[in-house]
Design a protein. Structure first.
Length: 146
């Protein structure tokens, strides 16, 4: 289908189209693990923040409490993470299990291969520039910029 100048001039549209291509390939390489990119992201966040609770994980993933609970239940059922007693009686601390770490390592290797394949037409400098620009478009971490 023809994409006119209006669509092609929109950064958001271009980002969305690139994201769709990248995510489709990432989903394909993660299919053997029976996990999605979102679940891999959750595992990495749990690995990097041992003892985080489900609510904090949900916020980091921008998903509601119900979705966070479903995601955590799936990861627990797959024996990739476990719930441990949290900071109070109402929370559970999430911890990556050794099998979870093994799978994260394998999945990251697969996703890195996907990234390399999907960015093959870009130079190393292009990729670094893209990373820098995307980081600048990400959430503000400090004071508001003018």
């Amino acid at each position: 289908m023809k994409q006119g100048g209006d669509l092609l001039s929109l950064v958001g549209y271009q980002l969305q189209q690139a994201n769709l291509r990248l995510e489709t390939d990432a989903r394909a390489v993660l299919a053997d693990f029976d996990l999605t990119p979102a679940k891999l992201t959750a595992l990495i966040l749990i690995r990097d923040n041992p003892g985080c609770d489900q609510t904090t994980l949900g916020r980091a993933l921008s998903i509601n409490r119900s979705s966070a609970m479903k995601l955590v239940n799936i990861l627990v059922e797959k024996r990739l993470i476990e719930r441990q007693p949290g900071r109070d009686l109402r929370t559970n601390a999430l911890v990556l299990l050794p099998e979870g770490q093994r799978q994260v390592d394998a999945m990251l290797a697969a996703v890195h291969r996907s990234d390399t394949r999907m960015t093959a037409r870009l130079s190393r400098e292009d990729i670094q520039t893209l990373h820098n620009l995307l980081t600048r478009l990400g959430p503000a971490t400090g004071a508001a910029e003018d």
